[in-house]
Design a protein around this ligand. Structure first.
Ligand SMILES: Cc1ncc(C[n+]2csc(CCOP(=O)(O)OP(=O)(O)O)c2C)c(N)n1
Ligand SMILES: [Mg+2]
Length: 358
């Protein structure tokens, strides 16, 4: 009798950290222009990220969750999606949101505490960031069920962290997705840490991909710092689910090079040696190195891309900073059709204070 207890522990990889091809590349990756698009999106994401941290440090943005070193997960999965699929991100998927057309100004607004940042002009049906850990996984199953009931060939792509996989919400969502065979792709952005808790301290599972087994769905591990491998894995899973063959759980193994958020100091619980060990694997340098090797990228392109991204991000930051903030009373606007009494009282206090301050 054989007992199936885990999925493959080796993460599939197409481009090695050195920038050499580690396997035969899929068709899309033979087109250098396609790879350059992925590279540009990762560089833009990183440029946005650095500016967001700088704005927070100077008191002009709220608490911000950096995606430094994790750009390949977001960009790779979004590049595999169709525009009318629906993305349900957690809070570290800036790369995916940017790829799908959320504007940099909207992202700054959101992280500046302004709800208008969630009213995307671009992907109208994408979900806003989900800060409660893992609670959007069941929403993703609902979205996918709606697609099935309406006979639409669309899929829901739900991204959450390694920490979220320890939550009941995620286990329940995987279970129902498997039972109903709905078109949901779950991507675990495994960055090694849930704030100060490393993966090994929150689960005895050898991989997070194997959490798919109990739900009766495929689970696989992919190198989350290899944007080509991420795009390929998510693309394949989407093709399967569009045929009606159900969901997949993809564990993208990456590493959080930054603090958890700007409100965190990872130096208090994680040593620098561990972080240094992961820098050589980061996704942006890896793809640049591949593109340089094959003659599709050079110093001039790099310089002009950095300049372009810098300008685009600065313009968006200026637009964000020039926006008239919403009145404090806007906090009360969109949660209840009929406001509970205690909130009505708070609204009166806020209104009075705002009037006093004016
Ligand atoms: C339900 C819930 N519990 C606790 C928190 C506080 N919290 C915010 S992020 C986080 C850790 C999340 O870790 P992980 O899922 O690995 O995502 P990562 O932040 O590493 O991207 C926690 C516990 C929360 N936001 N929601
Ligand atoms: Mg994590």
């Amino acid at each position: 009798m054989s007992i199936l207890v885990e999925t493959k522990t080796i993460a599939s990889r197409l481009i090695a950290p050195s920038g050499e091809a580690a396997a035969t590349l899929p068709d899309f990756a033979r087109d250098h222009a396609e790879l350059v698009k992925l590279y540009r999106a990762m560089v833009l994401t990183r440029t946005f990220d650095a500016k967001a941290v700088a704005l927070q440090r100077t008191g002009r943005l709220g608490t911000y969750a950096s995606s430094l070193g994790q750009e390949a997960v977001g960009v790779g999965l979004a590049a595999a999606m169709r525009p009318d699929d629906v993305l349900l991100p957690s809070f570290r998927e800036h790369g995916a949101q940017i790829w799908r057309g959320v504007s940099l100004k909207e992202l700054f607004l959101y992280w500046g505490g302004d709800e208008r940042g969630n009213d995307f002009a671009g992907p109208r049906e994408d979900f806003p960031n989900c800060v409660p850990v893992g609670s959007h996984a069941s929403h993703a199953v609902g979205v996918a069920l709606a697609f099935r009931l309406r006979g639409e060939p669309r899929a829901a792509v739900c991204v959450f962290g390694d920490g979220a996989t320890s939550k009941g919400d995620v286990a329940e969502a995987l279970n129902m997705a498997g039972t109903w065979k709905v078109p949901t792709i779950f991507v675990v952005n495994n960055n090694g840490w849930a704030i100060s808790v490393p993966v090994a301290k929150q689960t005895a599972a050898t991989t997070l991909a194997q959490k798919a087994l109990a739900a009766g769905i495929p689970g696989l591990r992919v190198d989350g710092n290899d944007v080509v491998a991420v795009r390929e894995a998510v693309g394949d899973a989407l093709a399967v689910t569009r045929r009606g063959d159900g969901p997949t759980l993809i564990e993208a193994v990456t590493y959080r090079l930054s603090d958890h958020t700007t409100a965190d100091d990872a130096g208090r619980y994680r040593n620098d040696t561990e972080v240094s060990r992961h820098w050589p694997e980061e996704p942006v340098a890896r793809l640049r190195s591949y593109l340089t090797r094959v003659g599709a990228w050079g110093r001039e392109q790099e310089e002009s891309l950095l300049h372009e991204c810098g300008q685009q991000v600065e313009r968006a930051a200026d637009d964000y900073l020039a926006e008239q903030p919403l009145p404090i009373t806007a906090l009360f606007d969109r949660t209840y059709a009929t406001m509970p009494v205690d909130l009505v009282d708070q609204l009166h206090v806020a209104t009075a204070r705002a009037a006093g301050a004016a």
